[in-house]
Design a protein around this ligand. Sequence first.
Ligand code: VGL
Ligand code: ZN
Length: 241
Amino acid sequence: MHNTHRRTFLQSAAALGLAGLSAPLFAAAKIRPAANAALIVVDVQNCFVDGGTLPVKGGAEVVPVINKLSSAFENIVVTQDWHTQGHASFASAHPGQKPFSSVKLAYGNQVLWPDHCVQGTEDAALHKDLKLPTAQVIIRKGFRKGIDSYSAFEEADRKTATGLAGYLKQRGIKTVFVSGLATDFCVAWTALDARKAGFEAYVIEDATRAIDLNGSLAKAWKEMAAKGVKRIQSTDIEAGA
Ligand code: VGL
Ligand code: ZN
């Protein structure tokens, strides 16, 4: 009796093609970015890697990951943090303040940073190993002296648009995949604003690195999850030709 049941089960399993029971029954399908998707490469600049003015731990490690990912995308947007000298987000512009403290500006709370990514400097240049010859537009942000802009879509006053939403919409883009630096600041704000502007949004976690200031990384993932930003790995994306 017992044997009969067992044989029946194995025969059924074989018929269904479920041979190796230790293997996953269904391999996860890979994501193939459509023609109406764009890869956004956030702030992969000298300022945010070792030797730069605001280095993010492991920042340069995103470069090969992003270079590889790029072949899967028809559309690529690059951003550059692009501050004036004496920018309001610099601690040096606020007497008595140290980097990584916070102050209240006219538009709200602002973390103060070391002087970084000043327009036209080598520090603000894109990382030399970043190879994105097919990228179509570079959005520079944070260039108004009194307003910071973590997001590639909207400045920190939450009023001034960068124009990226309009650019993407006019080009028929519906989905964005966000990569780059830093996960918990410019990447997260960009992904959240992408959702706000009506795009489907993914963050490719291993194509980012974080600053993680006072729990900012965990907070950013929580906010992104709450707003429907999907958290994936670069291996979830099907390689391009
Ligand atoms: C960034 C802090 C200050 C970023 C830019 O790219 O995440 N973080 N400016
Ligand atoms: Zn900045």
